[in-house]
Design a protein around this ligand. Structure first.
Ligand code: NAD
Ligand code: TDX
Length: 344
């Protein structure tokens, strides 16, 4: 691989992917196209090899800007750019529809007109909705789409557009559907970095509802290695579910973080539930394992240890991301919960 066009590469997963590509594929150049929304952060790219990395600030909905940055000879577009936080999509869906749906179509069109060989769409397990609690059902690639939030509905729509580009125009598309990522540089509106940074400051950890919601956690670098394998060896037109067989209840995650930081369980607070809150995600990764030979490298214990340590050692990053616009959002989301319903 010589040249990749990565969108959303200043975000949490995209920046981890850019680092991985530059480190593991000698000679590969990356054009990193990112609008730098509240979630995009150039600090996430500190230390990358600038000789092979070109950052372009731009909006994936801006057709001309995309075409100007996307050069002939680009081997693949890898689309991470998205509005990615479920709670924000519940508060207001507009930006999710614009970026996640219209933006994906602009990229598909641009990839076709620049004769890009392959288009990789980074999707999510959430397009498949919710599984019952205490069940042995799993999401497979054949699971029906049942998105429950404006975020997951917009990601499902984006998948359909990729499929349509493949079927109608013969574009070589592949889709990855992953569960909850964790690791360094995740914006602290998401559950794990939120509770780590709150716990470090001795502040309450907000758990929606009964806290017994289950997520299937994967260390971000393991996810990125799977994306790289799908990019290099995945079947055209296929989707791959990516998961580390690591289901955890939110309460268990909170207890693990408090344990690692030596903080009391009394910091846990049950707050008002998320509307339409998906009960359980659980991914069957058999296809990516058997077809592509992918396996996660981190265990939950090693990944959580690395993650907590990274946040402990990068207080400046945390403070900078928690300032300004994010603080306003935090007040809107949790302000009413200051009187916190109960303690565990
Ligand atoms: P993030 O919110 O941390 O980063 C998103 C990035 O996209 C930011 O850098 C932002 O500036 C950029 N962006 C947003 N709108 C843009 C636009 N219109 N034009 C150009 N750039 C724009 O997200 P993340 O957690 O890194 O997620 C990356 C992708 O992976 C998303 O597509 C998300 O749906 C998917 N995903 C995330 C998870 C997870 O657990 N975080 C799990 C599965 C799938
Ligand atoms: O304050 C909180 N309290 C709480 O209990 C927050 C922010 C979340 N939660 C719960 C909701 C979920 O059950 O924690 C779980 C994880 O929440 P999020 O971090 O918001 O992630 P989730 O809604 O599961 O979606 C994530 O995984 C799939 C990503 O944000 C998506 O981008 C990805 O597609």
């Amino acid at each position: 691989m010589k040249k990749l066009f990565v969108t959303g590469g200043a975000g949490f997963i995209g920046s981890a992917f850019v680092r991985l590509v530059l480190a593991e594929i000698p000679g590969c150049e990356v054009v990193n196209f990112d609008a730098l929304t509240y979630a995009g952060n150039l600090d996430n790219l500190e230390g990358v090899d600038e000789g092979r990395h070109r950052f372009v600030r731009g909006d994936i909905c801006d057709r001309e800007a995309v075409l100007a940055a996307l050069e002939e000879g680009t081997e693949a577009v890898v689309n991470f750019a998205a509005e990615s936080h479920v709670d924000r999509s519940i508060a207001s869906a507009d930006e999710f529809l614009r970026t996640n749906i219209l933006g994906t179509q602009v990229l598909l069109d641009a990839a076709r007109s620049r004769s890009v060989r392959r288009f990789v769409q980074i999707s999510t397990d959430e397009v498949m909705g919710s599984l019952p609690d205490d069940d042995d059902a799993y999401f497979t690639e054949a699971s029906p789409f049942e998105p429950n939030s404006p975020y997951s509905a917009s990601k499902a729509a984006a998948e359909h557009l990729c499929r349509a580009a493949h079927q109608t125009h013969g574009l070589d598309t592949v889709i990855t559907r992953c569960g909850n990522n964790y690791g360094p540089r995740q914006f602290p509106e998401k559950f794990l970095p939120l509770i780590i940074s709150n716990a470090m400051r001795g502040e309450p950890l907000p758990l929606y509802g009964d806290g017994r919601y289950t997520r299937d956690w994967i260390y971000v670098e393991d996810h990125c290695r799977a994306i790289l394998m799908v990019l290099q060896k995945g079947r055209s037109g296929a989707a791959y579910n990516i998961g580390a067989r690591n289901e955890r209840r939110n309460l268990e995650v909170a207890e693990a973080v408090l344990g690692k930081l030596g903080k009391p369980l009394s910091l846990i607070r049950h707050v008002k539930d998320r509307p339409g809150h998906d009960r359980r995600y659980a991914i069957d990764p058999a296809k990516v394992e058997s077809e592509l030979g992918w396996r996660p490298r981190e265990t939950w214990e090693s990944g959580l240890e690395k993650t907590v340590r990274w946040y402990a050692e990068n207080g400046v990053w945390v403070e900078r991301t928690r300032s300004g616009a994010y603080r306003d959002y935090y007040e809107r989301q949790y302000g009413a919960e200051k009187s916190l319903e109960s303690e565990v």
